[in-house]
Every structure is written in structure tokens, then in C-alpha cells.
Design a binder for this molecule. Structure first.
Ligand code: SF4
Length: 449
């Protein structure tokens, strides 16, 4: 029997067993070791891939441990985003204030690195000591003529999702400040795509083949100038709803730019995404090119995927990811290679997301919100899952339990988006689930738990 804290009982359901009214979108329960990161980390993962900006963490040096390494967003040019800068606040600043140190740090970094912009992330202690980060940023921006943008991401003031919002608010300060001209032809922004393992490049290449221009990707392989001119677009195409829907809504309110919600994980969702964008522009040439692209990619993959399906048929998978929208795509992608999802959950899903998950999952599937290692490992053992799909925090748990693991989050080095991503995904799942190493694992041999 899996132990669940009383306060979390309404965040865990088994499809088909009880009335499904999940409680979600709230702060984590005290005593439950949530897999979520803090507000600051949420902001940082969204803004970090902007490669020609300096990212300065205003706080103790420990907060700056969330570096580029936790999300290896690639850049085709500058790599300023790979540095981890911190104001390294100590007792002295905690008592007397850190504004002076912040100002001198920003001035030093601008002088040393000549960034196109500088983001200042507020951490917990800044919210406590009350530094006026906004005023310091304004003063330095005026002095240097470089955008210095505060990110109000004090770690304690909400969930990781609030960090995404703080990042969107920071981006929104930049959008519309450019003096560029709109590209000719149909133009889109890609939102919520962070160029992990070069995924933005794969997706951009699809749109290029369809005859669609990209104004900016926010924020994969991103440049400040492109973001400043991101209002010069026909459509915002949002992947990763949790992180970027807020920005799309703000841009819709201010400039009337429509937005659509897509996913590039798995064959079905990638094809849907490209067709939806093509239909938005509704030009015969674009529609034809899209069809040609999708048909040729799907045909090229069919044989390989069928081979994996044959070998993986009936194997059980657990999916626990940051945003629930990704879980939808993963369930479809796993079905395509013959696998059943027996656990599905997310850190930041909304009630609508969980309702959608409930509709997609088979009876008996465990659906959970903001879970913890005790629950996850208990349900893995109870359901007999042979694969875990998660992120950096779930990896050691899967290894200890002796089951295959696929990283679908920050750290991965293999692109999993688009059609070629689906091929990589199938290969990775197959290699991990079928690895002979598991037969030596004590738990798989029926040993000590
Ligand atoms: S919770 Fe606060 S102290 Fe911890 S990493 Fe986040 S901002 Fe820093």
C-alpha cells in the first residue's frame, strides 16, 4: 500500500476508482518532498537560453547552483548564458542591504562582457531584506543604455509556475522595444522551446521547408534583438503551455497577436502542430509543402517504429514531468511504440490538464499532481512499471528501483522533438527498458527493498 499524506489525498487518483476532482495548482504540502523547484528556478530555466544576455543571480551563491548545466540549451553563436554570475550576498549585505553590491556587479559585468541585455534574478533573501532591485536596474540601464531587467522571482513566493510568469513578465518588458521591420511573408514566433540538444533547429527547419519565417524563438538559441522585435509577427505558436502561455496572452492583449498551443513530441503531435500552423495561414503553397513534409517524414519512420513496437509491446511506463501538456504527447508517443502508461503526473498541471489526462488514460492508471519520491517509487512498484520518464530528480529514483529511464527534461543531450526526435525517443526507450543490466538489480531479482 503506497503511503500518501492526508493533505495530499486529493492530489492522487486511480482512474475509475473514485470521483475524479483533483486538487492542484497550489503550493506544495509541508512534509512532502516535492519534485518541484522554486520560483527562481522556474524563471531561470525559461530565460537562461537567451545567449547574448548576462544572467545575474542576486542572492547567496548557493542559488546560483542552478546553472546552464541543468538545462543545456545550445547556442549557434554567443554563449554568455553559460556563465553563472551571482552577487554572492553575505551577512553584511543581509544586514545593511545589497543594492550597492548589485549596482557595482551589474556595472562590472556590462563593462567586462558587453551583453545585449542583463537579467537580474531576485532570490528569497532579496524579498526578505527588501532591496529595491527595480530602482537599481532602472538606474544602471539609464547610465549604460543597456536593458537591465529585473526578474521578480523570490523563491518562496509561489510555485515553479509563478517563476515562469515572472520570466514572461521580464520578456514582455523587452518585446516591442525594437525598431526592426516585419519580415515579408508569413511570420511566427515559437514560444516555450528552449533548444535542448538543438531541438529548436529541428523545428525551425520544418517551418523553413513550409515557407514560414521565424521572428524569434523564446527562448531557445535566442537573441535580445529578435525578442525586442517579437511583436512583428502574425502568430505565436506556443509549446510548453505552463511556461509561455502567459506571455502569449500578454502579447495578444497588447498587439492582438493570436496564439495557438502545440506540441512537437511524438509523430501525431508534431504533424498536428505543423498542419495547424499551415491552416492558420491557409495558403495553398504552404499547405502543400506541409503535407509533403509530414508524409515523407512519417513514412520514413514507420518501419523503425514498428520494429520497436514489436519488442516493447505491453511494457508499462510511468510518466512524471514538469508540465502536463508534455505528458499528453508522451502517452501518445508511448502508445505508438506499444507501451502502456500506468502512472501519469506532473509538477504544475491545471485542473483542465488533469481532466484531459483522465480522458486519455486507461482505467487503473494512477494520476498525480506535485508528487514526491515516496509516492512515485511506491506506485512504480505497485504497478510494475518498467520505464520511468521524468527529469533529473527522478533519474536516481528509477535507477535505485531498477527500471529503465528516459530523461525528457532539462539535462538531455539527445533531441526528442519532431520526427527525428521520435526516432531517438523510441531508440532510447528501447535501449533502457531492454538493457540486460536490470537483471542484476537486487529489486528485479526479488531482493531487498
Ligand atoms: S528557494 Fe530561495 S534560497 Fe533556495 S534556490 Fe530558490 S531562491 Fe535560492
Amino acid at each position: 500500500m503506497v503511503q500518501i499524506l492526508n493533505e495530499r489525498e486529493k492530489q492522487v487518483f486511480k482512474k475509475g476508482e473514485s470521483n475524479f476532482v483533483i486538487s492542484c495548482d497550489k503550493q506544495s504540502t509541508s512534509g512532502s518532498v516535492s519534485q518541484r523547484a522554486c520560483v527562481f528556478c522556474g524563471s531561470r530555466v525559461v530565460l537562461y537560453p537567451i545567449a547574448d544576455a548576462v544572467h545575474l543571480v542576486h542572492g547567496p551563491v548557493g542559488c546560483a547552483a542552478y546553472t546552464w548545466d541543468i538545462r543545456g540549451a545550445l547556442s549557434s553563436g554567443p554563449e554568455l548564458h553559460r556563465h553563472s554570475f551571482s552577487t554572492d550576498l553575505r551577512e553584511n549585505e543581509v544586514i545593511f542591504g545589497g543594492e550597492q553590491k548589485l549596482e557595482s556587479s551589474i556595472l562590472y559585468l556590462i563593462d567586462r562582457y558587453h551583453p545585449k541585455a542583463l537579467f537580474v534574478y531576485s532570490t528569497c533573501i532579496i524579498g526578505i531584506i527588501g532591496d529595491d532591485v527595480e530602482a537599481v536596474c532602472k538606474k544602471v540601464a539609464w547610465k549604460t543604455d543597456i536593458p537591465v531587467i529585473p526578474v521578480h522571482s523570490e523563491g518562496f513566493k509561489g510555485t515553479k509556475k509563478d517563476g515562469y510568469k515572472a520570466a514572461c513578465a521580464a520578456l514582455f518588458r523587452l518585446v516591442g522595444t525594437g525598431a526592426g521591420k516585419k519580415k515579408s511573408g508569413p511570420v511566427i514566433n515559437i514560444l516555450g522551446e528552449f533548444n535542448l540538444a538543438g531541438e529548436s533547429w529541428i523545428i525551425k527547419n520544418y517551418y523553413k521547408q513550409m515557407g514560414i519565417e521565424i521572428q524569434s524563438v523564446m527562448t531557445g538559441d535566442s537573441r535580445i534583438e529578435e525578442i525586442k522585435n517579437a511583436h512583428l509577427t502574425d502568430l505565436n505558436v506556443v509549446q510548453c503551455s505552463g511556461s509561455m502561455l502567459f506571455l502569449a496572452k500578454l502579447m495578444n492583449e497588447k498587439w492582438g497577436i493570436p496564439y495557438i498551443h502545440v506540441s512537437y513530441f511524438g509523430i501525431e503531435d508534431t504533424a498536428d502542430a505543423l498542419y495547424t500552423v499551415a491552416q492558420f495561414f491557409n495558403e495553398l503553397k504552404i499547405l502543400d509543402r506541409t503535407k509533403e513534409l509530414v508524409v515523407s517524414e512519417v513514412n520514413a519512420l514507420a518501419v523503425t517504429l514498428n520494429e520497436y513496437k514489436e519488442k516493447l509491446k505491453g511494457k508499462k511506463a510511468a510518466v512524471y514531468v514538469g508540465g502536463a501538456f508534455k505528458a499528453f504527447s508522451l502517452i501518445k508517443a508511448l502508445r505508438r511504440i506499444g507501451m502502456d502508461v500506468v502512472i501519469a503526473g506532473s509538477q504544475t498541471g491545471s485542473r483542465e490538464d488533469y481532466e484531459q489526462l483522465r480522458l486519455m488514460c486507461k482505467p487503473g492508471t494512477i494520476i498525480l499532481d506535485d508528487s514526491n519520491p515516496l509516492e512515485l517509487s511506491g506506485f512504480v512498484r505497485e504497478t510494475g512499471a518498467e520505464l520511468f520518464i521524468g527529469g533529473v530528480k527522478e533519474r536516481p529514483m528509477a535507477m535505485k528501483l531498477g527500471l529503465g529511464f528516459c530523461d525528457h527534461n532539462h539535462e538531455r543531450k539527445i533531441p526528442l522533438a519532431g520526427f527525428e526526435g521520435m526516432k531517438n525517443f523510441a531508440k532510447e526507450v528501447y535501449s533502457s527498458v531492454m538493457s540486460p543490466v536490470w537483471k542484476f538489480h537486487p529489486l528485479r531479482k526479488g531482493g531487498v527493498s
